[in-house]
Design a protein around this ligand. Structure first.
Ligand SMILES: Nc1ncnc2c1ncn2[C@@H]1O[C@H](COP(=O)(O)OP(=O)(O)OP(=O)(O)O)[C@@H](O)[C@H]1O
Ligand SMILES: [Mg+2]
Length: 215
């Protein structure tokens, strides 16, 4: 059983894209998967209706009560992925407290990286009460040509003092947009693509971090 929260107080960093792709990867591995969306009309619910079928369940939880509700979900699912936005900081904190691993996507630009400091502060505070909670920074939408600039790399190293950085990020790739429109993950629509390789790495690494912390 693993609970991963993909969250950030900043919008548009790729939370929902990563959530649905991790969920699709879990479904492909025959796991029973639940997506919890902190937005009532959120992307996860739309993804679920586009997908049809029954292999990924989705529910909304817009109140800061996820850490209390999680006990009931824990017994029913192998993998729970939370899509946690930032309009209400208390919902994000509750989602962190409910999770085994918190993934914080950041965009590679320097200004975007600075936007992550509030979320890191919230993570540090939640972790004081939930010492088993793991956290990782994840660079999303890396330009496949220019990669991450020198200045952004310097800013990332600063952030890394507070939260470890995953070694491989996620590229900016069309496959992520086209698969979501079909209610699928890239591992299903384009299993041989670079996007799929990146999601497989992210999924396996996330489960490894959680397993390591539970030892
Ligand atoms: N790796 C990627 N490659 C290409 N496009 C991406 C990638 N990640 C995200 N996007 C695109 O960026 C936009 C924002 O992504 P997404 O909706 O997942 O972010 P979000 O953090 O969930 O946003 P919000 O805060 O509005 O909920 C979307 O159009 C999505 O298709
Ligand atoms: Mg979203």
């Amino acid at each position: 059983m693993a609970i991963i929260c993909v969250g950030a107080s900043k919008g548009g960093v790729g939370k929902s894209t990563l959530v649905v792709n991790l969920a699709a990867m879990g479904a492909l591995q025959q796991k029973s998967v639940l997506i919890v969306d902190t937005d009532p009309q959120g992307s996860a619910i739309c993804f679920r209706s586009l997908r049809g079928g029954d292999d990924i369940k989705a529910t909304a939880c817009t109140e800061p009560i996820l850490h209390k509700k999680m006990g009931a979900y824990r017994d029913q699912f192998d993998l729970i992925i939370i899509d946690a936005g930032g309009r209400d900081d208390s919902v994000l904190r509750s989602a962190m407290a409910a999770s085994d691993l918190f993934l914080l996507p950041v965009l590679p630009g320097q200004f975007d990286l600075w936007g992550a400091t509030d979320t890191i502060k919230a993570f540090t505070e939640v972790r004081a009460f939930c010492p088993a909670l793991q956290g990782r920074l994840l660079v999303n939408q890396i330009d496949p040509v220019t990669r991450v600039t020198h200045n952004s790399m310097k800013a990332l190293r600063q952030l890394e003092k507070e939260m470890k950085l995953l070694q491989f990020g996620i590229g900016r790739r069309v496959a992520f947009k086209s698969s979501v429109e079909k209610g699928k993950g890239v591992v299903e629509t384009e299993p041989g693509s670079k996007a799929a390789i990146e999601i497989r790495y992210l999924y396996n690494e996330s489960l490894k971090i959680i397993a390591g912390a539970k030892k």
